[in-house]
Structures are given as C-alpha cells and as structure tokens.
Design a protein around this ligand. Structure first.
Ligand SMILES: Nc1ncnc2c1ncn2[C@@H]1O[C@H](COP(=O)(O)OP(=O)(O)OP(=O)(O)O)[C@@H](O)[C@H]1O
Length: 310
C-alpha cells in the first residue's frame, strides 16, 4: 500500500520559535496513526501544514505520492485543527449544506449519509448552538467526511470531551478506520494513542523522538512505575535489593517509587508480607508506554535526544 503522507525535513518558524524543526512524517494509507507529544511539541502546526493551512519554511511534503499543492486541491485530506466552527443559529444539516455548496461535486447528496455516519441523524435539524462539545466535534468529522477524503486528520479529538464523549469519539475513529478510511490524529495522551493507533510519531519541541509501530515502542518500554507506602519504607527498600527485577527509590511525594513487571511486583509484595512489613498503598503511576513517553518527551540534553531518535 502506498503512503498517505511522506513529509521530509519540514520546518515551520514563527518569529523566534521553531514550531516544527526538521520533521519527517510517514503515514500509511490504512489504519490509525498517532501524532503524540506534550503541549507545544508542534503537533498542531504540523497538521496545519498537512491540511494546507500554513506553508512550511522548508522541507517536502508528498500526499498519496503526489506534490502537496496538487493533492490539496483534490481535497484528499480533510479534518480540522483545534475546534471545528459552525454557525450556531443554523441546524447541523443547514451548516453542512452551506459547506457542501461551497465544495460542490456530489457533497450536497451526501449530507444525510455523513450525519448518519457520526450518529447525528436525529439531531440534524437542531441548532448547532445547542449542541454539546462532543456533538460539535462529531459534526466537524461529518463536515470532513463530506469531502470524501482519503485521509482524515484530527487535532486532539479527545480534548475537552467528557468520558462518554471520549468513548463515542474513539468508537467513531475506530469504525472509520475499519471501513478503510485512514486517520491521522494528534494527542497528548499516550493511553489514547495506545488504544486507537497502529503506528505513532512522537514529537518533542518540534522534533521527532520516535516513529514506528506501537508494538516496537512497547518492546522498548521500561517496567511500569508504582508508588508504594508501607509501615516501614526503609526496611521495604532494603528488602527490594534482593528481589529480581524490582527497582526501588525514594518517591518525591513520599513512600517509595517501585518499578517492576506485575509478576516481580507480586513476588516483592509477598516478600514484604513474609517479613512483617505491611503494604498501606500501592498505586500504578504510569503504564510502560506512559513511562517511555515521559522519558522521551521530558527535558533532556540534545545528546540524549539524538540517542532516542531512529
Ligand atoms: N501562529 C503562531 N504564532 C506564533 N507561535 C506559534 C503559532 N502557532 C504555534 N506557535 C508556537 O509553536 C509551538 C508549537 O505549537 P503547536 O500548537 O504546534 O504545538 P502542539 O503540539 O499542537 O501543542 P498543543 O497541544 O498545546 O496545541 C509553540 O511554542 C507555539 O507557541
């Protein structure tokens, strides 16, 4: 299968800030690709470049194997950055009709279909001003689908949604991808990317620190981190020294920070009990992938960053 996106050496500067600093991005034309990074990593700017909303200062961009400008003219990519905007005093149907008239082609005939696709058929005649944030996000996806894109681009689609909204959004993304529409989405939650994506590009301060499959990322991940409180942390720390696969240090918030895989953690907890050391609290702080994400994206020297790059 060809690539949906092949970006090489993309650079975008805003005055003194280099928001995107030599980014390579490859997105396959199938599945869900996550663009992950903390706030300010440059994700939105990169998506804006892809959608043709801003022009890069340097670098090349090929969409579906073709020059970017030509591909954009054909609307092969559609989506939204930040929140989608609609006329609040018009219904969802009317908002989409305006967009469809603008886009032309067969878009006007597809309004009912795309509203059904995002689960808004019953509310299609209601004013968008009364919509919940989640419904507006879904209408944004409907607007993108009107263009029958070959790649759907979503900027932090889970942001600002309540748990039910997040669940609906994830289901929608999964079902669109299952129906053959590849999706590129940005997120700053490893858990979201882990649940939805097949491949991922991780960014930090405008640069790529990892690009590849989630499976490979998982194989590089450290053991999960926990916070442990006992009735005798000093003895608990001393006991850890003899436990295979258990790493213990002082936790900045009190108690102990413990890194271990589940089986090794079990053995350690049982050993604590045998020694008469009571466990008062044991809390999973970050999954292996979350730990790796933090390691990759936290402040570190350039030399270390180079080491993490592929
Ligand atoms: N139009 C702009 N003018 C000036 N600076 C900008 C502009 N757009 C982005 N930046 C800066 O570029 C950097 C990257 O921002 P960007 O919004 O792309 O990051 P992000 O990863 O999407 O973060 P967030 O999750 O906070 O949206 C930030 O330092 C931001 O302040």
């Amino acid at each position: 299968m060809g690539q949906a996106v092949e970006a090489r050496g993309l650079v975008k500067r805003f005055g003194e800030t280099t928001a995107v600093d030599g980014v390579d991005l490859t997105v396959a034309s199938g599945g869900v690709h996550g663009l992950l990074g903390p706030n300010g990593a440059g994700k939105t700017t990169l998506l804006r470049i892809l959608l043709g909303l801003v022009r890069q200062d340097a670098g090349t961009l090929r969409l579906f194997g073709r020059d970017d400008r030509l591909a954009n003219q054909q609307y092969r990519l559609a989506g939204f950055v930040e929140s989608p905007r609609f006329y609040p005093y018009l219904s969802a149907e009317r908002n989409l009709a305006l967009l469809a008239d603008f886009d032309g082609g067969d878009a006007p005939h597809r309004i009912g279909e795309v509203l059904a696709r995002v689960g808004l058929t019953e509310r299609r005649r209601r004013k968008v001003g009364g919509y919940s944030f989640g419904m507006r996000q879904r209408l944004g996806i409907a607007a993108a689908l009107l263009r029958a894109p070959d790649l759907l681009v979503l900027d932090e689609p889970g942001n600002g949604l309540d748990p039910a909204g997040i669940r609906d959004m994830r289901q929608l993304v999964r079902s669109l991808a299952a129906d053959g529409l590849p999706v590129l989405l940005s997120s700053h939650h490893m858990a979201e990317v882990e649940e939805l994506c097949d491949t991922v590009t991780i960014m930090r301060t405008g640069r790529v620190v990892y690009a590849g499959s989630l499976a490979e990322l998982r194989s590089r991940a450290p053991d999960p981190a926990h916070q442990l409180a006992t009735n005798d942390d000093e003895s608990a720390a001393a006991l850890a020294a003899g436990q295979p696969g258990v790493e213990v240090a002082g936790h900045p918030d009190g108690g102990l920070a413990v890194r271990a895989r589940p089986e090794q953690l079990d053995a350690y907890v049982l050993a604590l009990g045998r020694r008469g050391i009571a466990v008062r609290a044991l809390r999973l702080e970050s999954t292996p992938l979350e730990s790796l994400f933090l390691t990759l994206t936290e402040e570190q020297s350039d030399e270390e960053t180079e080491g993490a790059e592929r």
